[in-house]
Design a protein around this ligand. Structure first.
Ligand SMILES: Cc1cc2nc3c(=O)[nH]c(=O)nc-3n(C[C@H](O)[C@H](O)[C@H](O)COP(=O)(O)OP(=O)(O)OC[C@H]3O[C@@H](n4cnc5c(N)ncnc54)[C@H](O)[C@@H]3O)c2cc1C
Length: 338
């Protein structure tokens, strides 16, 4: 089936749903292709305490349900599927899911980024229950606690140092002897007496899934094969993020890590009518509120582009009808006053 839309949004996280709220309230009747993770990354966490408007905090899934309902209230339509292919070579653009073809004047890409995980069963089962992939988001919950951070790059060291503001001890688990992080970060971490190290080591398991909370970690030294079991209150996986941009390879410029490159920090891509918002174009802040902020920007940019094009289209008609007559109508004001 083919669906014709003015505005189509890929992704139903904070960026996509905020874009939908704004586009819907501008009467653009947006379509959101939700992807397979309805509500995005916040649905895999529990308490969200830094999204404005919720002084007592809110559960991630509940926040996203509210955003979905808010966008729906103003006329947003949803498709529960992934976009599987896109054609951005001509406008309107074409997007295909497994069962639909969508023809759209504007495309807003909000497909987010996924935190890379180790693949342990306990890691996903305890996500939001002591396991996290975001120290900025969850560090506050670990006051006076013992936490472990997995990773060896700049992000891991930054997260470890940030966590020392709350935790009594922070232990970095890194599979190598040397860190990939910049020398200055390593130096800073070394000066921080709360940061401890388990080098040449890998996280084998996290306990205790049966209790629904983190009580300890099993860490294996890859040189000696010795496994230690250590008490823990929290585990932060800091091995990087993977932007969900496979679909856009060859269609849009991506940076060396796969994030969509936008113009001068805006939400505009190098294709007129294609905007990108949220974690898919932001490897720095990666917060729900910044994703929502850029989602808003993208919807407003889309609205202004369509308005400008519609105004220009209307101006074009009398000119065509009066072919050969002097072209006097270029500015909307001229037409309004005519
Ligand atoms: C464990 C955890 C805890 C966090 N806690 C907080 C917190 O407390 N506060 C905070 O501000 N931030 C927090 N964050 C970060 C926050 O979740 C993200 O910054 C935010 O979700 C980014 O929103 P987004 O809309 O850009 O992308 P995402 O939330 O990543 O959403 C991406 C969307 O794109 C869809 N999608 C992917 N591929 C396709 C496709 N091919 N076609 C269609 N749709 C597709 C997915 O289904 C999903 O709906 C946390 C993150 C994690 C992982």
């Amino acid at each position: 089936m083919s669906i014709r839309k003015k505005v189509t949004i890929l992704g139903s996280g904070a960026a996509g749903l905020t874009a939908a709220i704004y586009a819907a309230r501008a009467n653009l009747e947006p379509l959101v292709i939700q992807g397979l993770q309805t509500g995005g990354q916040l649905t895999i966490t529990t308490d969200v305490e830094n999204f404005p408007g919720f002084p007592k905090g809110i559960q991630g899934p509940e926040l996203m349900e509210q955003m979905i309902a808010q966008a729906e209230r103003f006329g947003t339509q949803y498709i529960y599927d992934n976009a599987e292919s896109i054609d951005l070579s001509k406008r309107p653009f074409t997007i295909k899911t497994s069962s639909e073809e969508i023809i759209t004047d504007v495309l807003i890409i909000c497909t987010g980024a996924s935190a890379k995980l180790l693949g342990l069963e306990a890691e996903s089962k305890l996500m939001g229950h002591g396991v996290s992939a975001c120290a900025t988001c969850d560090g506050f919950f670990f006051k006076e606690k013992k936490v472990f951070v997995v990773g060896g790059g700049d992000t891991a060291l930054e997260e470890a140092m940030f966590l020392t503001r709350f935790a009594t001890s922070v232990t970095l688990i890194h599979r190598r002897e040397a860190f990939r992080a910049s020398a200055i970060m390593v130096e800073r971490a070394k000066r921080n007496t709360k940061v401890n190290y388990l080098l040449n080591s890998v996280l084998e398991d996290i306990t205790d899934v049966s209790k629904g909370e983190v009580t300890g970690v099993k860490v294996r030294n890859i040189k000696t094969n010795e496994v230690q079991e250590l008490p823990a209150d929290g585990v932060f996986i800091a091995i990087g993020h993977q932007p969900n941009t496979d679909l856009f390879k060859g269609h849009l410029p991506l940076d060396e890590n796969g994030y969509i490159i936008t113009k001068n920090g805006s939400v505009q891509t190098n294709v007129v009518g294609v905007f990108a918002a949220g974690d898919v174009m932001d490897s720095v802040y990666r917060q729900a509120v910044t994703a929502a902020g850029t989602g808003c920007q993208a919807a407003l940019e889309a609205q202004w582009l369509l308005e400008k094009e519609e105004a220009e289209g209307e101006l074009g008609k009398p000119e065509e009808a009066n072919a050969g007559a002097a072209s006097s109508v270029r500015e909307p004001a001229a037409k309004a006053g005519a």
